[in-house]
Design a protein. Sequence first.
Length: 362
Amino acid sequence: MDFTPTREQRAAAGLAAEIFGDRSTPERLTALGTDADTALWKTLCQAGLPGSVTETGLLGLVLLLEEAGRTTAQVPLAATAVYGVLAVAAHGAPEQRARLLPELTDGGTVATGAFGTGEPPAVRARAGAGATAHLTGTVPVVPWLTCADLVLVPDADRELWLLRTDAPGVAVTPVATTAPWSAGHLDLTGAPAERLGGAPGLAEAGPYASVLACARIAQAGLQAGVCAGALARAVAHTAERQQFGKPLDAHQAVLLRAADAHLDTEAIRVTAYEAAWRRDTGRAAAPHALTAAWWAAEAGTRVVHAVQHLHGGLGADVGHPVHRHFLWGRHLAADLGAGGQLLEELGQLLVEDEDEDEEAAA
């Protein structure tokens, strides 16, 4: 097993690191408030980074998101890549790929998904002609919805539908969340949508589970970056801050707390890398996606709490850059779902796989 990034993946990640480091600064983020950074998004698209995932795969996206997380860049990279570029490329009909991928990869269309933590929303689809339907229902919180042009919406039967936010019957209301991800409340009243994959007889089986797994792996990659960025700030702070006549990082308790946070961050990173690599290479990855999600939710929470604690009183200052990492880490953990919920789903999946193996052996 070797999921070392390729030269192309490393090159894209290096370019992303340079752009995010130059453009997503604490001063710029403070000026943005809760708004998406449209100028930064335009720069990323001009550099070809959202579209690069069609070549570098899910692992390439994880590497990009890791760099985005280091600076908590306010761009819809994860949403557009997962629910737009990768979903359409993997599950879209040929006509959909030809029509949608160019505008998704060049940044002309921002995409998001109404997936939540694993259970499909209460959305009903009334079949129309061919591969169309009219959707009715609500989704309480959809990340990046207020700046999105296209939404991937699962219905109660786990069918996936592509919906334009400017279509009749679509109402979007901004929602304030922990992280400034331009979230919104989605209200659908007979809104026209097209099935991802074409007509019912042509649609691929199981795209819901596939897209959900991709989203979890991508969020784990983003969480790895959030934690790495937070830990870097803690290392710099504890090296400079004096306590009892010596730097904070000279105290064993501080070193042990930082070491634990480092190990947690590496666990998030390696499980996200492995899960992404397995999907890219056609290997079974469903348990690995849940494992990465669990580490991102549980260990990610521990890391951002530890880093905030290591900053002492500064960690409680909502204007300090480290507080942004704390909020993002908690928000990502909530988006991924509770650790117990993820473990229950993982256990159920493993039992089902074992039953299938026993039936095959019989």
